[in-house]
Design a protein around this ligand. Structure first.
Ligand SMILES: [Zn+2]
Length: 317
């Protein structure tokens, strides 16, 4: 059975495909605009996701790399909307935009003019050419090439990382020290040896009874309150009680879908009745929330303007 595509003449096939590729690029720009609005309204958090990235992967079904490229590109186009036409034309693909966005963040370039100047040199270049251009401009090239960790078997992972000259020399020196007792070690074995030794030392340090606020695997880690006011300090006993009750994870649950966040990283003690509005430091008024869901609660309580001002103040510190 011949398909509709198989019946097309060569010319029509090529022409149709070209048109579809154009439509795909236009659609991509529309996807990015919608993504930007989802982020602006914080809707990913309302749906129970702890980040926009998690939402894009799990809810929209993009691969991890595709999600990263779309989010990075969306943020760059938010600052430089005039580049949308270049994406639609195909002269600035998402891979170039996300590479450029990583470069701007690493190099702390904020001015739109400086970004435009760099991007002008990247138009029409391949991924490798873009990387060469950006690495050539970077003050610390090693920072620009992202560390990659991927699982290659149920028990093994491959790590791709860029070492600067100093770290490589330190590793080689360590290898030479160990050569007497453990000849022929690979760099991986040197790293494993050093990490193993350090871990034994750190575990011994943390297991000593102390008033120190460093987390242990079997006890609630302390969570830094994002304020300098002592009155906002949550007593250790209360923190421990809340942590145990909430099982060390974010408690946000989307009331409509029932989706729970359950993130275990970057947790904060969130006041159910806001502290600024007289909420108490009691276990009943506290709950564990990840950064996104703590911010969502603040958004619902104080509104976007006040939350934006608070973020701006934090960023300025
Ligand atoms: Zn959360």
């Amino acid at each position: 059975m011949t398909t509709e595509v198989q019946r097309l003449s060569d010319n029509l096939l090529l022409e149709t495909l070209k048109g579809l590729a154009q439509q795909e690029r236009e659609l991509t720009v529309r996807v990015l605009r919608h993504l930007r609005e989802v982020e602006r309204r914080y809707l990913f958090a309302r749906l129970g996701y702890s980040s926009l990235y998690e939402y894009v992967v799990k809810e929209l079904g993009y691969s991890e790399g595709a999600a990263h490229r779309r989010i990075a590109s969306m943020r760059l186009l938010r600052d430089l909307p005039e580049l949308e036409t270049k994406v639609e034309e195909g002269s600035l693909p998402l891979s170039t935009l996300s590479q450029a966005q990583s470069f701007f963040r690493t190099e702390k370039i904020e001015s739109a003019e400086a970004k435009r100047e760099v991007l002008a040199t990247l138009v029409g270049k391949s991924r490798r050419e873009v990387e060469r251009e950006l690495v050539g401009r970077a003050t610390e090239p090693a920072k620009l090439i992202r560390e990659k960790l991927r699982q290659v078997s149920p028990t093994h992972h491959a790590l791709n990382l860029v070492l600067d000259e100093e770290l490589l020399q330190n590793l080689e020196e360590m290898k030479a020290f160990l050569a007497g007792s453990k000849p022929g070690m690979s760099l991986k074995e040197v790293i494993a040896y050093c990490v193993g030794k350090t871990l034994v030392r750190e575990r011994a340090r943390f297991s000593k009874p102390s008033t120190c606020e460093i987390p242990r695997a079997d006890s609630p880690p302390p969570v830094e309150m994002k304020t300098k006011k002592a009155s906002r300090y949550v007593p250790a006993q209360v923190r421990r009680e809340v942590w145990t009750r909430d099982e060390g994870r974010c408690t946000y649950r989307d009331p409509r879908t029932g989706r729970s966040c359950e993130t275990r990283s970057g947790l904060q003690f969130d006041h159910i009745h806001a502290f600024a509005l007289g909420g108490t430091q009691t276990p009943e008024n506290l709950r564990l929330r990840c950064l996104a869901h703590n911010a969502l609660a603040a958004l619902d309580t104080f509104g976007p303007a006040k939350l934006a001002r608070a973020r701006h103040r934090r960023a300025a510190r």
